[in-house]
Design a binder for this molecule. Structure first.
Ligand code: ATP
Ligand code: MG
Length: 398
């Protein structure tokens, strides 16, 4: 039935001079997501991207399903529709509307509400939008087997969309929402600090949705944390990579540093000291792999290390920009996003986290920077230890 998919975008359309770059990256991502279907073509017309079969045939049901699953992972995509694409010719549009009608009304009983929304960007087309709508409604009403329907222009159960463009006309029944945002790859790469929790996978996704592909860095404390800790984060990274073309996972063992903190520093400052070390290590890894910023799943006030004062002290450990896309989110909204992108079930199993190794019974909620610097100065060879840990980072292709 459907011989084409039309992809719509919003934010890309607001771009001026570099719009072509955004569109190119967008198309690259669509091609990447459709790589299991080599018989498809992807092309661009003004303001839209289309997908069809090289040979012009309709999509099979299996292909429709695969395309649907692929496109909901393309950042920058506002919505998409499976369409019947025809020549710019009213008879071709009429035939397509009549052919589509049984599918539109399948399972609907008499009295279902219906409307046609026509748009005509091709001003040379002889009929105006309103005329197209009236013409097609009468033809659809005459299709054998279609139960009588009522017209409701505001709130119809069934909507047939029609668009007459310069290059072709399209007819469609459904607009499927995409993630929105910007195409991944239209901004520089970042390095996301990925734990097994709920927030950091959402942070990674939000960075991709704002155009930045991401690599991941995760800290464990083997042998104090079990292999499950890194297995879990590897699964999450693998899952997140479905939204982008590629992203590597860097695994870091923080245990040696944590032992030093345990032995040399005041207990209540441990978490902030771990965090500052994580930032320092992450900054070095980011620089070595051309990542332009760090991203975390920190949310203001969520736990002791995320009070405003502690975030500030953690921030001051490094020069690199640290982005915190969920900083102001309600936890329930973050959970809803995690569910939508499929990371919630992966984050759910409770496994020990690096941060909880030698965790203080009562962590400081407002660690003074001066005090933290004194604590760090008590760790012999602090800088060398950080460098040693960085030199032992393990890279996982996910
Ligand atoms: P999350 O659900 O993402 O784990 P959280 O609410 O549990 O977050 P914290 O454990 O305080 O909060 O972590 C705050 C942020 O610090 C995380 O979102 C993540 O970006 C980073 N982080 C924490 N632990 C690790 C770790 N073991 N490896 C990498 N990053 C981490
Ligand atoms: Mg956590």
């Amino acid at each position: 039935m459907y011989n084409c998919v039309i992809c719509r975008y919003h934010e890309i359309a607001t771009k001026g001079n570099n719009r072509a770059m955004f569109e190119r990256v967008f198309v690259d991502n669509i091609r990447h997501q459709l790589k299991t279907l080599p018989d498809l073509r992807v092309g661009r017309v003004r303001g839209r991207v289309w997908i069809d079969h090289k040979s012009g045939v309709d999509f099979s049901d299996a292909e429709e399903q695969t395309i649907r699953e692929a496109l909901v992972r393309v950042c920058g995509l506002a919505s998409f529709s499976f369409v019947v694409r025809t020549a710019v010719d009213i008879d071709a549009v009429r035939n397509a509307a009549v052919a589509l009608a049984p599918r539109l009304f399948a399972g609907k009983s008499a009295g279902a509400t219906f409307r046609i929304r026509a748009r005509r960007s091709n001003k040379r087309f002889p009929m105006r939008s309103r005329d197209i709508e009236i013409d097609l409604v009468s033809r659809i009403a005459g299709v054998p087997g279609i139960a009588p329907f009522e017209i409701d222009l505001d709130n119809a159960e069934i909507t047939l969309g029609v668009e007459v463009r310069d290059e072709f006309a399209i007819l469609y029944a459904e607009s499927i929402p995409g993630p929105g945002g910007l195409p991944t790859g239209s901004n520089p790469r970042v390095l996301t600090l990925l734990s097994g929790g709920i927030d950091s996978p959402v942070a990674a996704y939000l960075m991709m949705k704002r155009g930045s592909p991401t690599d991941y860095i995760s800290f464990h404390s083997a042998p104090y944390t079990p292999p499950e800790t890194t297995d879990k984060v590897t699964r999450i990274a693998k899952h997140l990579n479905q939204f982008q073309i590629s992203g590597k996972l860097y695994l870091v063992n923080l245990a040696e540093f944590q032992k030093q903190v345990r032995d040399c520093c005041e207990e209540r400052f441990r978490t902030v000291l771990y965090r500052r070390a994580m930032m320092r290590i992450a900054e070095k890894v980011a620089l070595a792999h051309k990542c332009r910023a760090l991203a975390t799943g920190e949310a203001l006030g969520q736990v002791a290390s995320q009070t405003l004062v502690n975030l500030d002290v953690i921030n001051r450990a490094i020069d690199m920009l640290i982005l915190r896309p969920v900083i102001g989110e309600d936890k329930l909204d973050t959970i809803a996003t995690a569910e939508k992108i499929g990371t919630m079930t992966l984050s759910a199993p409770q496994v020990p986290d690096s941060c909880t190794v030698f965790a203080p019974a009562s962590p400081a909620t407002a660690a003074p920077l001066k005090q933290i610097e004194i604590q760090e100065s008590r760790i012999p060879g602090y800088g060398e230890l950080i460098d040693k840990i960085v030199s032992e980072v393990e890279t996982v292709e996910v």
